[in-house]
Design a protein. Structure first.
Length: 291
């Protein structure tokens, strides 16, 4: 029974990681930014959803919507307040902008984390589930909300695939990830493209954050582990490779689930980080990365 439970729980948490890492990968693929405030954005979505649904009595649907909207707004603020000013600054040499953006987003994430702890304390918050009840899968009683989480994650990833591959906007975003200068020469403004990709990323992070809050619960202390997991996934899968991130999300998700069940939840992130170190030595470009 434990093995089946690990398979079920690992699938759900891996789907969550896949959704969050997809947005993280898109941001890097299009704009070249590794956003180290990623965990803080996801926690914000979960905490706002919890506050709206439980503290203000708006219900689970309205709470989830509030979490996604606030997370999306905060994501756009991350771009407008932190990333864009550094990228456009003439005082910072071009070769040093990447490290400044990394540092800026890291500090921004810490500020968000402390603000959440100040407003809502550091106690863990569990978002009111949208779907209640349990279902028996292969003899294991599983919350319907867990099944709902996996379905929503993959449905969202599927919609993102359709957006990127079947719409004009998506094809422009894809072209920008391959040749930003060429897209500019065709008459498209990179600034608008970057805003669009950060908007998409905000929605993805918001959905993942709310679902994570329903599934496991979060606190301000979750910021660091969530960012570390996302970073591990995108590096393991290959920077800029969405398909690589999806595969890596399941590797990391199941590693963490196995560790939580067989060792201790306190050490769940350690095996994935050790694997990341090993991959960086053996295959620095990641599983499906090209650079």
């Amino acid at each position: 029974m434990t093995a089946i439970q690990i398979l079920i729980d690992g699938f759900a948490i891996s789907a969550l990681y896949a959704l969050g890492a997809t947005g993280f990968t898109l941001i890097f693929g299009v704009s070249g930014v590794l956003n180290l405030s990623h965990g803080a954005l996801m926690v914000t979505a979960a905490v706002i959803a919890w506050a709206a649904s439980s503290e203000f009595g708006l219900g689970s649907y309205a709470g989830a919507a509030a979490g996604i909207v606030v997370c999306t707004g905060l994501t756009l603020a991350t771009y407008g307040v932190v990333v864009r000013p550094i990228d456009k600054s003439r005082a910072i040499p071009p070769e040093e902008k990447e490290i400044f953006i990394l540092t800026g987003t890291l500090l921004w994430g810490i500020m968000i984390q402390e603000f959440i702890a100040y407003l809502f304390t550091s106690n863990a918050k569990t978002v009111m589930p949208i779907v209640e009840g349990v279902v028996t899968i292969a003899g294991v009683r599983t919350p319907w909300n867990q099944v709902f989480t996996a379905v929503v994650c993959w449905a969202t990833i599927g919609l993102l695939w359709l957006l990127v591959n079947r719409t004009r906007t998506g094809k422009v975003l894809l072209a920008a990830s391959m040749n930003p200068r060429g897209v500019t020469l065709l008459g498209f403004e990179l600034s608008k493209i970057y805003v669009a990709i950060w908007l998409i990323y905000g929605v993805l992070a918001g959905i993942a954050g709310v679902l994570l809050g329903q599934f496991l619960g979060v606190s301000s202390y979750s910021v660091g582990p969530l960012t570390a997991s996302a970073f591990s996934i995108v590096v393991l899968g290959g920077l800029g490779s969405v398909s690589g991130s999806l595969i890596a999300a399941y590797v990391v998700g199941y590693l963490e689930t196995l560790t939580a069940y067989l060792v201790s939840p306190a050490y769940r992130t350690i095996p994935a980080l050790l694997l990341l170190v090993a991959v960086m030595y053996v295959r620095p470009q990641g599983l499906l990365g090209r650079r």
